[in-house]
Write a protein that binds this ligand. Structure first.
Ligand SMILES: C[S@@+](CC[C@H](N)C(=O)[O-])C[C@H]1O[C@@H](n2cnc3c(N)ncnc32)[C@H](O)[C@@H]1O
Length: 168
């Protein structure tokens, strides 16, 4: 889960996504759902089956924010954190259009700006596999999850043989 050694090609793709796609191309990333005939959203939305209604919910690495809108509808208090300002802007706009409120922060999973035990549920989809140190990220997520709380992850792994098609 993001802790295995990556090939140079995999590192290149991750850097490309983090620095170019996530920051500058939020609308293009949002089109992934359309490009995959809804398959992406079908995977992402599975997280909702494990998120109880109400409570304090944090989503880490929300991207273009389609899931975040749904979480904001269900939670008593919703928070979102993403490293890419482009994604933060895109998601803020999306929430505004839907008339929903969530406290969006541009920041890193490695330094979550919340006190310990602040959330009942922490959600993350397709973000952990891209973090350079998933265990460190998980320690931070565990710190902000309250006793009896839930961490809901949906993710995929990079192919261990580094093949380009699978990596893409
Ligand atoms: C593959 S996208 C996933 C977006 C969305 N959750 C989805 O399922 O489509 C990964 C997201 O994680 C964010 N991200 C990458 N590194 C991060 C970090 N260190 N802390 C917080 N978010 C990060 C990226 O900006 C991007 O929006």
């Amino acid at each position: 889960m993001g802790t295995e050694k990556r090939t140079p090609a995999q590192e290149w793709w991750l850097r490309f996504f983090n620095e170019v796609v996530y920051n500058s191309l939020a609308p293009a990333y949002n089109a992934l759902d359309w490009l995959t005939f809804g398959a992406w959203w079908r995977l992402v939305r599975r997280a909702l089956d494990y998120v109880p209604d109400g409570g304090r919910v944090l989503e880490v690495g929300f991207g273009p924010g389609k899931l975040h809108v749904e979480l904001s509808r269900r939670a008593d208090r919703c928070f979102g954190l993403d490293l890419a300002w482009g994604m933060c802007q895109f998601t803020r706009r999306r929430l505004r259009r839907a008339g929903l409120v969530s406290r969006i922060t541009c920041g890193s999973v490695f330094e979550l700006p919340y006190p310990g035990g602040a959330f009942d549920t922490v959600v993350s989809t397709f973000a952990f596999s891209g973090f350079p140190d998933a265990l460190r990220a998980m320690r931070e997520v565990a710190r902000v999850t309250g006793p009896g709380g839930r961490v809901v992850l949906v993710d995929i792994g990079l192919p261990s043989d580094g093949n380009r098609a699978g990596t893409f």
